[in-house]
Every structure is written in structure tokens, then in C-alpha cells.
Design a protein around this ligand. Structure first.
Ligand SMILES: NC(=O)C[C@H](N)C(=O)O
Length: 440
């Protein structure tokens, strides 16, 4: 096996003897706490941090019989789209050697694509599961906000992020979601199953919804006859030619299977990248305040007063991209600028949510290319953070609206994987799983 730098820490954590994941090797992103196994978030700041407890999703993996085989590489604290901001070096893309695996859950996607693991968990704040799934030619699901517990996830931007599965097939990804989904007393943002199901029943309007909240794997039946798929024109305009051709071919395939496609419009998404980065950086600046060398992080016997030693610790422990975001986020929240940036971003967020609501009056699910471009070559995008932020155009609207989405392979362009994204109404995971399974 080639060394693609998939794991930051390899481990063997055995789960229960029986269960739906017995015999499965599962890789876990390195921002999800594992008791006794270091959890670095891809940062020098946490290079020696060993959590004293398991995240809820890790407890559920173990109870389901999984064997956890390691902690995967990631952009530092989830901040990036290529896994190149990791303090532990870049990860190669097993499906497109010499190219980035996407990010920030690049190690998790590469683990599945390169058969280092059968399944993996990632986290998605603005595309961090779907982007690497698309770039590595695997399946990734970003669940509805509140479906999966975030207890034990090291926070980057709490209001946006969810833990979710990566797998070779839609059915396997859905089966892993079945294991980790569901309410948790340790995370007050998780929703009760009955409540979630009511939302799903009334809004997805799909008579074929299965009776239970979970059993997502059963929805991977490819039965899309009569399903209406909305195509938001704003998410297709301007994408790379080859990506667009693969996307159009996938739509044709769906039509052949009895899907009706309609064009829909989400005018507000033109504000999504700006709104996302203001919200994400603001939340990050607050969350990352705890890394000061005293509570958490590098503490190197620095000279000087508290302020000076905090600054020295943060200077040494954080990489460039993290520093950039903490500075910009602090600025956006500061007195005098809060209304101009943060409050405006929240307005845009509400507008985007309303546009999605209107689109789901016309369609059961929405479809777009997951990424507007094919995977970058390693090193190619490092110097241009703004360009990289723009590559999140199709994924971040979903997080701002707290909706579920899946990325499923949809062919190639010049030998590079292309992913197709399906977005569902809140708790409409069955519908997106069903649509994606029809493409396999
Ligand atoms: N974390 C994510 O979902 C990826 C996104 N590109 C970000 O840097 O915020």
C-alpha cells in the first residue's frame, strides 16, 4: 500500500463482539475525541492532546462492533478544502494521485478510497465531508443539523457543523449513519426522533418515507420513479466544463429512471460564501480562545506576563490559515463592526433558508455538482485562500440552512472524480439516500 499520509495516528480500538459494524474497519477524523488516543485536529497546538473520554459517535461505533483503525488527517481545525493546512503534511488522493483529496476530512475520504478502512467518519462545517467524497470518488453524507450528536467533537463552528459518514457505496454510508444518528442527552442540539420524523414527514411529502427515523440504509433502493429533482440554476452556472458534462449525464441517467427534473432558483446563494465565512470565522475566533497554553495547547515556559505568554503559545501552535480566521472572526465580532458583518451574515443565512423552503415546494430533492471544479494538484491552491473559499460555493448554502446533503460519484473528467450533490429538506435523509442510490 502506498503511503498516502492518511492517518495522523494509527490505532486498533476494538468494539463490541457483535453488532451491525462487526468486522468493519472504521477510520475517524482527528477532531473527534477518542479516549486514550490522541486527537490533534491536525494542529501542532494539540499534538500531544489525549482526550479523557469518547465522543458519543465513537461510543456508538464501539457498541456497534466496529474496529477503529486510526485517526485521519485533516485541515487544521477543519479550516481548509484540501487537507494541506494540516500540521502533519498533506494527504495524497488515492483516486487521483498527485492531487489533493479535498478537505477538511481528506484523510477520511482517502482512507475509504485507498482501502485503509471500510468506512470513515468526517465532519462537515461547509462541505468538509462532501468535498473530499467528491474528490476521492466515494460517498459522503452531511446530516441535518441536530441528527448526529456533536458531543466530543472539537468545535470549529458550532452552528454549522455535523459529523457524518464516508463510504464506498450509498448503502454503506447510510448504514453508518443509522449507527451514529439519534438524540443524545449530552448534546442539547440533537432532536428527538419523533420530532425529527414529523418534520421529515410533513416537509419531504414522500409517501415512501420509511416508518422509522433511522433505517436510512433501507432507503438505498434506487426506486426514484416519480421523484422530482430540482436543479438550482445558480449552482450549475459557472462550473467547470467537464464537471458540468458529468453532471448533465447523471441527470439524463436519472430521467431514464423515471425522475422528473425541474429548474429552480436560489437567488440568495450569491451571498452564501461571504455569509458562511463570516459566521464560521466568528464562531472559530470564539471557540479557539481556549488554546492559550494554559487551558489547552502548547505551553513552552514562555517569558513575560499572561498576555505575552498566551500570544507566544498561539503564535507557535497555530498555522497560517487558523491565524487568518481567528483575526478576521475577531474583527467581524468586534464592537462597531458586528452589525456590518456578523448581523448581515445572519440576515443572509435567513434569506438562504427561505429560498430553500420555497425550492422544496417544487421538488423533493435538489441536485447540483458537489464541487464546481475537479481536484486541484497538490500545492496548486495553497497561495490563494480566497479562490479556495469560492470553491465552497455549492456546499456552504446547505450548512447555512442546516439541511442534509449527500455527495455521490458521478463519473470523471480527464480521469479525475466528479461528485453529484443531492440536498433534502430538514430530516429528509431518506429522500437523498434514495436519489443517490439510483446513480450507482
Ligand atoms: N470545514 C469545512 O467544512 C470546509 C470549509 N472549506 C472551511 O474551511 O470552513
Amino acid at each position: 500500500m502506498a503511503d498516502e499520509n492518511v492517518f495522523i495516528t494509527e490505532a486498533t480500538i476494538e468494539g463490541a463482539e457483535d453488532g451491525p459494524l462487526a468486522g468493519k474497519r472504521v477510520a475517524v477524523k482527528d477532531n473527534i475525541s477518542t479516549e486514550g488516543v490522541r486527537t490533534t485536529c491536525g494542529s501542532d497546538m494539540l499534538a500531544d492532546y489525549v482526550p479523557p473520554y469518547d465522543a458519543t459517535v465513537v461510543q456508538r461505533l464501539k457498541a456497534a462492533g466496529a474496529t477503529i483503525v486510526g485517526k485521519t488527517n485533516m485541515d487544521e481545525f477543519g479550516m481548509g478544502s484540501t487537507t494541506e493546512t494540516s500540521a502533519f503534511g498533506p494527504t495524497d488522493n488515492p483516486a487521483a494521485p498527485g492531487h489533493v483529496p479535498g478537505g477538511s476530512s481528506g484523510g477520511s475520504a482517502a482512507a475509504v478510497a485507498g482501502d485503509y478502512a471500510d468506512l470513515a467518519l468526517g465532519t462537515d462545517t461547509g462541505g468538509s465531508i462532501r468535498n473530499p467524497a467528491a474528490f476521492c470518488g466515494v460517498v459522503g453524507i452531511k446530516p441535518t443539523y441536530g441528527l448526529v450528536s456533536r458531543y466530543g467533537l472539537v468545535a470549529y463552528a458550532n452552528s454549522l457543523e455535523q459529523i457524518g459518514p464516508l463510504a464506498p457505496t450509498v448503502e454503506e454510508a447510510a448504514a453508518l449513519l443509522d449507527v451514529v444518528a439519534g438524540p443524545d442527552d449530552n448534546d442539547a442540539t440533537t432532536r428527538q426522533e419523533s420530532e425529527a420524523r414529523r418534520a421529515s414527514d410533513s416537509r419531504a411529502g414522500d409517501a415512501r418515507e420509511t416508518g422509522a427515523n433511522s433505517n436510512y440504509a433501507d432507503a438505498a433502493d434506487g426506486d426514484v420513479e416519480g421523484l422530482t429533482v430540482g436543479v438550482p440554476t445558480e449552482l450549475v452556472e459557472g462550473v467547470d466544463e467537464g464537471v458540468r458534462e458529468s453532471f448533465e449525464a447523471a441527470l439524463d441517467d436519472l430521467r431514464d429512471q423515471g425522475v422528473e427534473t425541474v429548474d429552480v432558483s436560489l437567488p440568495s446563494v450569491e451571498t452564501a460564501v461571504q455569509a458562511y465565512y463570516v459566521v464560521a470565522m466568528s464562531e472559530a475566533s470564539s471557540n479557539l480562545a481556549r488554546y492559550d497554553g494554559v487551558r489547552y495547547g502548547v505551553s513552552g515556559g514562555y517569558e513575560g506576563n499572561w498576555n505575552e505568554s498566551f500570544a507566544d503559545s498561539r503564535e507557535e501552535g497555530f498555522g497560517e490559515e487558523v491565524k487568518r480566521r481567528v483575526l478576521l472572526g475577531t474583527y467581524a465580532l468586534s464592537a462597531g463592526y458586528h452589525d456590518k458583518y456578523y448581523a448581515k451574515a445572519q440576515d443572509a443565512r435567513a434569506w438562504i433558508q427561505r429560498d430553500f423552503d420555497a425550492a422544496f415546494d417544487e421538488a423533493d430533492v435538489l441536485a447540483s455538482p458537489t464541487m464546481p471544479v475537479p481536484p486541484f494538484e497538490l500545492g496548486e491552491s495553497l497561495d490563494d485562500p480566497l479562490q479556495l473559499y469560492l470553491a465552497d460555493a455549492n456546499t456552504v448554502p446547505v450548512n447555512l440552512a442546516n439541511l442534509p446533503a449527500i455527495s455521490v460519484p458521478a463519473g470523471e473528467t480527464d480521469g479525475l472524480p466528479v461528485g453529484m450533490q443531492f440536498v433534502g429538506p430538514a430530516f429528509g435523509e431518506h429522500a437523498i439516500v434514495r436519489a443517490a442510490s439510483a446513480l450507482e
